[in-house]
Design a protein around this ligand. Structure first.
Ligand code: CAA
Length: 256
């Protein structure tokens, strides 16, 4: 499929989803959110082994579309919130690792889409934060839950209460960003990371992601129980056998 405000491109098994509304700094409106949802479904169905999320032009995603939001009623706001959550949840549940390549502004809902990815790499000039408080709202697509997990409770409260716009280095120090790179190296660094991930055994990769995602559900006890089952389920698979045999035989594995 093709969409007006989203592009889905492939490099081998790596899919790149680019939000493409540069005139609005890639702010997310209904059309773009729906397109993102469809693109994620398509990338999953076609077997992406890694997915990169990025923005066209100079911004990553400057947030939810404020022009659209400004007149929403409570009921409309509820629908709108749910639509954004669906996309963030689809990123979180995507069957392969996702990497946010943060090439510029990542504010509000943009920061939240980045947080729903597995990994975040930012260009050093990027600015990041949950700025909603200054619009009289709160983060609507998951930051109240995902941000404390990434940066800790106190720092998350501070960032959300103040609507801080952090530079990439400060966001990395806080734990929101995994890696900061020079602007002109972002694409190459993320491409290499995605290629490395895509070359690993796919079923084990998916299982690892699902197991880690369990830390977001219920208690640690239930997460550990889930991990135990998931871990055990991999024994006897081709890739487990091959991966361990290759280690023992000191050769490169030939994964399925
Ligand atoms: N929604 C709609 N349009 C946006 C937008 C947004 N979030 N961010 C930028 N734009 C539009 C601007 O209105 C402008 O459009 P026009 O040319 O038609 O006027 C265009 O993009 C370029 O923006 P600026 O002229 O403002 O560019 P700048 O370089 O001076 O500033 C910026 C860039 C600092 C990112 C500034 O645009 C800004 O502060 N944007 C808002 C960021 C924000 O608060 N995001 C959070 C939104 S709330 C949210 O996301 C809720 C949620 O959790 C679901």
């Amino acid at each position: 499929m093709s969409w007006d405000t989203v592009r889905l491109e492939w490099d081998g098994d790596v899919a790149t989803l680019t939000v493409d509304r540069p005139d609005a700094l890639n702010a997310l409106n209904i059309e773009t959110l729906e397109a993102m949802g469809e693109a994620l479904e398509e990338a999953a169905a076609e077997g992406a082994r890694a997915l990169v999320l990025t923005g066209a032009g100079d911004a990553f995603i400057a947030g939810a579309d404020i022009k659209y939001m400004q007149d929403l009623s409570t009921a409309e706001g509820e629908e709108w919130g749910a639509l954004g959550h669906d996309v963030a949840d689809a990123l979180e549940a995507f069957p392969a690792p996702t990497i946010a390549a943060i090439n510029g502004y990542a504010f509000g809902g943009g920061c939240e889409m980045a947080m729903a990815c597995d990994l975040r790499v930012a260009a050093e000039s990027a600015l990041i934060g949950n700025t909603e408080i200054d619009l009289g709202i709160i983060p609507g697509w998951g930051a109240t839950q995902r941000l404390p997990r990434l940066v800790g409770d106190e720092t998350a409260r501070r960032m959300i209460f103040l609507g801080e716009r952090l530079d990439a280095e400060s966001a990395a120090e806080a734990g929101l960003i995994g890696e900061v790179v020079p602007d002109d190296e972002l694409e190459d660094v993320v491409g290499e990371l995605a290629d490395q991930i895509a070359a690993k055994p796919a079923f084990a990769m998916q299982t690892a992601k699902q197991a880690i995602n369990q830390t977001h559900e219920g208690s640690q006890e239930s997460g550990i129980a889930y991990e135990k089952r998931a871990f055990a389920s991999l024994f006897g698979t081709h890739d487990q056998r091959e991966g361990m045999a290759a280690f023992v035989e000191d050769r490169e594995p030939d994964f399925e």
